[in-house]
Design a protein around this ligand. Structure first.
Ligand SMILES: *Cc1c(COP(=O)(O)O)cnc(C)c1O
Length: 502
């Protein structure tokens, strides 16, 4: 017979879990940011088979420290500067815990009314905080929904765009012509993935060239690509523009792109996965200029707005167009509320049927921080990134490669700092920058990642973890600068850097 944890036991173990998380956060700064162990290390710490008899909870909890945390990259670590942030916060974790405890399914309004209604209002709140166009509010023809990720938002936008562009044929007899998706060559890989899933294939995606310095999509190239496809009898179904590309945070020129979409009747989806959060600060709203042209828009509170993964906020200007594309109604889901037309059924806004109560963590975060606290978090990240960029610029050996409007800085050792090699031009500098990154990360004291800009190996420092302060940014620069010096001497020794106090 199964032994369930009774409420009193749950209370005791629950307090222990909260204590464990609080201790984890309090000791994060003392841990290496990334593990040094080879693949398979964590798996080898687990028994080969599941236990036959249930184990005491304290034994399970204790194994977090022996099995899990030593094998983690600590994304909430104050010196985590990799990828983009995936920050969380106390209110978010607690909101998620309540959601887990409630264990409801919010697929229909009728299946958990509060789950739907809190979500609708939270998305309206967010729309107000970011000053999004009013057409995205649920009070008009639009509305917002929480998707698991920006990738899902792109997929759902692609399906709605195909439905519209084909006059409904997409969900009926199927596509009869070639439908095209346009996006910057700098756009996220999820655009290509969505096109594949939608049946358009990789060939259905037109990668439009970007400006060599800003890396923003060039509208004149977009126009030319659309014209060429129209001349060939193809249908321009969707343009995906990006505010804050993943590689370098480039901002595509929405006003010009939006005008083109209007001219050709093309769906415009705007992917602001990381940088959307910046619009909470009025001084950064320039990045969203032209958003009034968009048919759909998304950003990830789970990246930079203190809400734990997963939480992508996705809005459409015409919710009927979206639900028409995705709604399939089996008998067992029929109910009076849905038929009355007075409620929102979020199952029709996403790919899966089931959905959890993710709006709770958002509600907890928005109320705990207030608009003021969220703005302060964004401003801190931007100021710390600017501070780091200043340090880089002050050192002649380095260059800041592209503009840094948000909290990401792309930088590298200049090609001129290394002897010209007999191989490919720039190859020596690429190798040097790759070695620099490797050695800095090998210290375990900070974590940065890389990209390619103009074909050249480039380092990325992204600020966003809630505990990050000037101290960790200074430490990152210290390690980078020291390592560069050692590399230039040709006698670098990561161990020496590790041994030196920052
Ligand atoms: C991070 C990112 C994504 C993917 O985000 P997920 O929410 O993890 O799917 C998509 N687009 C851009 C521009 C991103 O930076």
């Amino acid at each position: 017979m199964a032994t369930h944890m009774d409420p009193e036991e749950f209370r005791r173990n629950g307090y222990a879990v909260i204590d464990w998380i609080a201790d984890y956060w309090a000791t994060l700064a003392d841990r290496p940011v990334t593990p040094a162990d080879p693949p398979g290390t964590v798996a080898a710490r687990l028994p080969a088979s599941p236990p036959e008899r249930g184990e005491p909870f304290d034994r399970i909890l204790a194994d977090l420290d022996t099995v899990v945390t030593p094998g983690l990259t600590h994304w909430q670590h104050p010196a985590f500067f990799g990828y983009f942030p995936a920050n969380t916060s106390g209110p978010s974790v607690l909101g998620d815990l309540v959601s887990a405890g409630l264990g409801v399914q919010g697929m229909l309004w009728a299946s958990a009314p509060a789950c739907t209604e809190v979500e609708t209002v939270m998305l309206d709140w967010l729309a107000e905080l970011l000053d999004l166009p009013t057409r995205f509010r649920s009070t008009g023809t639009g509305g917002g929904v929480i998707q698991d990720s920006a990738s899902s938002a792109t997929l759902v936008a692609t399906l709605a765009a195909l439905h519209r562009a084909s006059g409904g044929r997409w969900r009926g007899r199927g596509l009869d012509r070639r439908y095209r998706v346009y996006t910057s060559a700098e756009a996220h890989s999820s655009v290509q993935k969505a096109a594949r899933i939608a049946g358009l294939g990789d060939d259905g995606v037109r990668a439009i060239g970007a400006d060599p310095y800003t890396l923003a999509l060039r509208p004149e190239l977009l126009r030319a690509a659309i014209e060429a496809d129209l001349a060939a009898g193809d249908v321009p179904a969707l343009v995906v523009a990006t505010i804050g590309t993943t590689s370098t945070t480039a901002v595509d020129p929405l006003p010009a792109i939006g005008e083109l979409c209007q001219t050709y009747g093309t769906w415009l989806h705007v992917d602001a996965a990381y940088a959307g959060a910046a619009a909470i600060c009025p001084e950064l709203r320039w990045s969203h200029a032209g958003l009034e042209y968009a048919d759909s828009y998304c950003f990830d509170p789970h990246k930079w707005l203190l809400t734990g993964f997963d939480c992508d906020a996705f809005w459409v200007a015409d919710r009927a167009g979206l639900t028409e594309a995705l709604s399939v109604l089996p008998e067992f889901l029929r109910n009076a509320a849905s038929e009355s037309g007075a409620v929102v059924d979020y199952r029709d806004w996403q790919v899966p049927l089931g959905r959890r109560f993710r709006a709770l963590k958002l509600w907890f975060v928005l109320r705990s921080y207030g608009a003021e606290g969220l703005r302060a978090h964004i401003c801190t990240g931007i100021a710390l990134a600017a501070r780091f960029a200043d340090l880089v610029r002050a050192d002649d050996r380095f260059e800041v490669v592209v503009p840094h409007p948000f909290s990401l800085v792309c930088f590298r050792l200049r090609a001129t700092t290394v002897e010209p090699s007999d191989g490919q031009p720039g190859a020596a500098a690429d190798a040097l920058n790759a070695e620099l990154l490797h050695r800095v990360n090998a210290t375990g004291r900070v974590h940065l990642t890389h990209t390619r800009v103009g074909g050249r190996h480039t380092l990325r420092l992204a600020v966003g973890a809630p505990q990050t302060s000037e101290r960790e940014v200074a430490l990152a620069w210290y390690l980078i600068e020291r390592t560069a010096t050692a590399l230039h001497r040709g006698a670098a020794d990561a161990a020496a850097v590790r041994a030196t106090d920052g």
